[in-house]
Design a protein around this ligand. Structure first.
Ligand code: ZN
Length: 293
């Protein structure tokens, strides 16, 4: 609540309080008592007013409650979730529930989106943003899940080269497209540093500061410089065939961020051994206490 809203109350208090000694001085004991009561009543009224307003301004976020089956499914299919300690698994479930309440997931070719499809999409989002306080996923409104890969113009094509896509600007600005077989495969093979769901949500994390340029939200000026240099060196190595980071990461800064974030989320131990400075930077980025404020 803004301080300005308190001003009438403060003026009322001070006027009433200020009048008591004056009235007492003039021997108006009864009036002083009445004013004393008024001070108490208006204090209670002010508190009530404050509570009602505060509640209105911070409504509890809607979420879908996960069933026992859903939680069992997460344990079976999402190894990131399985690796978490119990208290973090509860946070994970809660964030999946918020995502499902906030974002429309449309499975193309199905009358209704399969629950498992929705859980794969939501898990990708939660994993990519894990460790950060930021939950609007780049203003994402809808995820379209296609039954196969697609072409650059978003038309379905089994042999299409695209399996995931986020848009920046235009009519599809708040839409993501994912190919279902690719999305599922990303979780089935959990040690190849690749996962299209996490990859696309990493792009949204990058987009959160207004541009998809490989420099994500939440970096201070100094960290931006450090990250830009780390990125340049690592991309040179990829392009000289001297890196364990998938080659696609060498195509642009934006792809580098998405590729290396997926690597970090899926195989953190390998990244730590093979690319220590990148690992340490990402570890600090995704676990920074100041991000949680
Ligand atoms: Zn990409």
């Amino acid at each position: 609540m803004k301080n300005k809203q308190f001003l009438p109350w403060i003026i009322l208090f001070l006027t009433l309080l200020g009048s008591i000694p004056i009235i007492l001085h003039n021997k108006g004991y009864t009036s002083a008592r009445i004013i004393g009561v008024l001070v108490v009543v208006s204090a209670i009224a002010a508190l009530w007013f404050w509570r009602v307003n505060t509640r209105k301004k911070s409504p509890r976020k809607e979420r879908v409650r996960l069933s026992v089956n859903d939680k069992h499914w997460l344990k079976e299919k999402i190894s990131f979730y399985k690796r978490l300690k119990k208290s973090d698994q509860i946070i994970f479930e809660d964030r999946v529930g918020i995502f499902l309440a906030d974002v429309i997931i449309t499975e193309i070719g199905k009358e209704q989106t399969e629950k498992t499809t929705a859980l794969y999409v939501a898990s990708s989002a939660v994993i990519a943003f894990w460790g950060l306080p930021y939950f609007n996923y780049g203003n994402l409104r809808e995820v379209l899940v296609y039954p196969s890969n697609f072409d650059m113009d978003n038309t379905l094509n089994k042999h299409g080269v695209v399996n995931g896509k986020v848009h920046h600007g235009g009519l599809m600005n708040n839409t993501m497209i994912l190919s279902l077989p690719a999305l599922v495969k990303g979780f089935q093979i959990d040690n190849d540093k690749k996962n299209v769901g996490i990859h696309e949500f990493a792009h949204l994390l990058d987009k959160s500061n207004g541009s998809i340029d490989g420099v994500p939200e939440y970096l201070g000026e100094e960290d931006k410089k450090i990250w830009t240099q780390l990125m340049k060196d690592a991309m040179d190595k990829i392009n000289n065939d001297d890196s364990t980071i998938p080659a696609y990461g060498g195509t642009s800064e934006a792809e580098f961020f998405a590729v290396v974030t997926t690597y970090y989320k899926e195989c953190p131990h390998l990244l730590k051994v093979k690319h220590r400075p990148l690992f340490e930077f990402l570890e600090a980025y995704f676990n920074d206490e100041k991000n949680k404020q």
